[in-house]
Design a protein around this ligand. Sequence first.
Ligand SMILES: [Zn+2]
Length: 168
Amino acid sequence: MPARTPVKKNKPKLNGARPFRVGRSRTGLGVFATGPIGKNKYIVEYTGPLLTNAQCDERPDNRYWFEVNSRWTIDGSPRSNVARYINHSCRPNADPMIRDRRIWIKAIRNIRPGDEITYDYGKDHFNAYIKPQGCRCDKCRAKRRKERAEARAANAHKRRRAERAGLA
Ligand SMILES: [Zn+2]
């Protein structure tokens, strides 16, 4: 009987050498491109033990859990899982792709050397872990800066009106 050949058909290709490094970011650690990463390139696999729903029910919730389908979850908490250092962004440059109970982080834009690699963690994770402290991604920081500037402008306007009223 011929030996069964391993199934390879869906295995995406990774870039040869790792085009990224783990470094300091404003939220602690993050993952940064060390070379250009083209759109649609697979960057890194999100790895860790596969847990069944029953196993998940037995242990405390963990922010590195990543549901691959309705029955299986990858526990990405081991430090060997470099992808766990990729931060959330509301305007990300990468996206997780799930294939055959494995997760690959893929570039969805051209990423330049030095750019932080980010993906959108999704609504459930965002509401549970990010929203309570306020999102610190570039998009949300820019939004808050704009809101503060508008509030300052509105206050200045009120002050000027009060001053004019005082002089009249
Ligand atoms: Zn954000």
